[in-house]
Design a protein around this ligand. Structure first.
Ligand code: SF4
Length: 262
């Protein structure tokens, strides 16, 4: 089965061009979604509303304290506000907004776990916006997935929901505290596969302190789920030559899910 024109266009936007006779790998269905910019936003979990200006002083955190163990009992509609109010680790002190994530509601085929929020995410409360987010959306669409649209199939969320000061790597205690939230997201979304974007997400989910290049190209396990590692889209914008490798990773993810179904 060959690639359709839309998928070729999506791959072209990733910086990849396929030979006219290239075959579509197993697990990649014909694309039916529109490009990310044209997609209506529906059936998505909205991030907490952005403040009027990123430079506003941070509002006082709600008095309610949510301890890690409490997340396990929360329903899907309770979790976003609990995360917004979370003070379970020190990263709450300097965040502007916690980043809950965005995507499928009810169940998701792919859970996309990214590196911690960057400055823009911290200001907007949205996971992976901007140019890197648009590249991620094209990557997902090329693989038959979407975090937006009428029937989103993926959910995108950071490994820790609050931005570490000055963009430093999160500390183990901070990762431990925030994993309670990620674990609850997994329970609620029941994904088939986890795609780890970036070194910090990849190291946490694989438990291996190896370079990203050594974590790619194989299937790891985390909480009984297959984990595939790939580059963070922000890195791919700086290093477009590695987009071909990212596409290999997406194909591995598709092949892994296909194998689970047979
Ligand atoms: S990083 Fe996670 S655990 Fe820490 S305060 Fe933010 S939401 Fe809570």
């Amino acid at each position: 089965m060959s690639w359709d024109e839309r998928q070729r266009a999506m791959l072209a936007e990733m910086g990849l061009r396929l030979p006219a006779t290239a075959a579509r790998p197993a697990g990649v269905e014909e694309a039916t979604a529109e490009p990310a910019e044209a997609l209506p936003v529906a059936r998505t979990v909205a991030a907490p509303p952005a403040r009027a200006a990123a430079t506003d002083p941070a509002p006082a955190a709600p008095a309610r304290e949510v301890r890690p163990g409490a997340f396990a009992a929360l329903a899907a509609d309770e979790l976003p506000s609990a995360v917004a109010a979370c003070r379970a680790c020190g990263l709450c002190e300097q965040r502007r907004q916690a980043v809950f994530g965005e995507g499928a509601v009810g169940s998701a085929q792919w859970l996309v776990v990214t590196d911690p929020p960057d400055d823009a995410d911290d200001a907007s409360g949205q996971a992976l916006g901007g140019e890197a987010g648009r590249l991620l959306d094209r990557m997902l669409l090329a693989a038959g997935q979407s975090r937006r649209g009428e029937t989103p199939t993926a959910f995108v969320t950071p490994i820790v929901k609050c931005r570490p000061p000055r963009g430093r790597a999160p500390q183990p205690a901070e990762l431990d505290a925030c994993e309670a939230i990620l674990a609850r997201q997994v329970e609620l979304l029941q994904p088939r596969l986890v795609l780890a974007l970036g070194l910090q997400a990849a190291r946490r989910l694989t438990g291996l302190a190896e370079p990203l290049g050594k974590l790619r190209g194989r299937v790891h396990r985390w909480r009984d789920l297959p984990v595939v590692v790939t580059y963070h889209p922000a890195y791919l914008l700086r290093s477009p030559a590695d987009k071909a490798g990212a596409w290999d990773d997406l194909c591995l993810a598709l092949k892994t899910v296909k194998t689970l179904e047979t």
